[in-house]
Design a binder for this molecule. Sequence first.
Ligand SMILES: [Zn+2]
Length: 426
Amino acid sequence: MRKNASLLLTNIGQLLTLHSSAIHAGPRRGLDLKELGVVEDAAVLSIGGKIVSVGSTKDALRDPWIKKHRKRITEIDCSGKVVIPGFVDSHTHPVFVSLRLVDFEKRIEGASYEQIAAAGGGIRSSLEGVRNAAKAALKTKVLTVLHDMAAHGTTTVEAKSGYGLTLESELKSLEAIREAARSWPGTVISTLLGAHVVPREFQGRSQNYVDIVCMEMIPQAARRRLAQFVDVFCDKGAFTAEETAQIFDSARKHGLNVRAHICQLSETRLEPFLRFEPASFDHMDHVNDADMVALAKSDTVATLVPGANYFLGLKDYPNARKLIDSGVPVALATDYNPGTSPTISMPMAMSLACTHMKMSPAEAIAAATINGAWALRLAERKGTIESGKDADFAVFNVKDYREIPYWFGANHCSMTVLNGVIQPRN
Ligand SMILES: [Zn+2]
C-alpha cells in the first residue's frame, strides 16, 4: 500500500464534491441532501492519503507545485467519468460462515421472517458456523468482502459482530474484523452486536443474556478497543426497549457510542433513547410521527437499508420521503448479511432508494456518502471531497452521476481510491 504517493485525478467529467458554502452544518437534511457541489472538467490532488486541492483541471495544471513535481505524481485521466466521495457503508454484518439458502427458498414458498426464525432458520442458524470457525477463517471471509465492496466504490465500512452471541465468539468476530481491516487500505469501524437476538440457550431468561452483554461483552470489547459502537436489535422477537436501554447505558458507561436496529418489524418509540445520543437508528420501516419531529432536532441519522426490504420481497419500504421532508437526516447502507440482504453494492441500495423510496439520485448519493459518514461519526474525515479530508474516491465509468443508480445490477465503478491507495477494479 503506497500511502505517501501523490495522486492527481484530472479531466474529471463530473466531480461530485458534496461540498458547498450553501450547505448547513451537521448531517444533511431536507434540501441540503440535493446539494452535490458538482465541478465539471475537474481535478483533485491528494498527498499521503489526504486531499490537498480540488478545482478545475486548468488551474491544477498551472499550479507551480504540481508543475515542479509532475514527474513524481501519479496522474490519472478521468475524461468522461464521474468521481464521487467513496461510499460509506454504515451498516454491514460481514462475519458469517454459511449462507442461508434454505431460508431463501422457504421465503419464496411463502414463509414469513418470524416463521423462518421459529423453524430454526434466521439469525440463530448462523451461530454454529461462527462459534466453530477459526479466527483466521473469519478474517479471510471479511477481507474478501471488503475487497469486493471496494470494487463497487465503497471506501469506509461499518462491520458488526453478532453471529456468535457468546463472549468468546463475539470477541473473536471483532478480532477478525480488526485483522481484516489491517490488511485493507480503506477504513473500518467495528460494532459489537452481542444483542442481535437472544440465543436459544437463554430463551425465556433474556435478562441473563442481557447481563452477559452488559457486564462481560461490552466491558471487554471497550477495554481491548475492539469496537467503537454497540448495536442492539430492538424489535419483537429480539430485545425490548427496556433491555435496549440497559445495553445502551452500559455502552455509554464504557465509553462506546450506540446505534440500533429498530422499527423494522414494529414501531418502537425512539424519543426515550435520544438521551444516549445514538449515532444512528437503522431500518426505520415503522416510525412514529412524533419521533420524526424529535429526530429532526437531533443529529441521530436514520439509516435506511432497502436491500433488506427487496430481498425479503416486501411490498412496503421505509417512508424516506416523509423522513426527509420532516428534516430527519437519512443515510443509505447495504445491511450486507446472509439472511436478509446479501448485497455488497451501494449503487444497488441507491437504485432501490430511487425506485422504491422515491429518493432522487442526488439525495441517494448524499445519503450513501456524507450522511453515512455522519452515521459513523466520521464526517470530519469522510463523505465529501474537500481539502484536508481523506482521499477516498469512487470513479465511475459513466458520464452523468444519475447513471450510478440507473444501471441497477451492473457495476460501473472503474477504480476506487482508499485513503490515497488506488484499487483498480479486479
Ligand atoms: Zn442489520
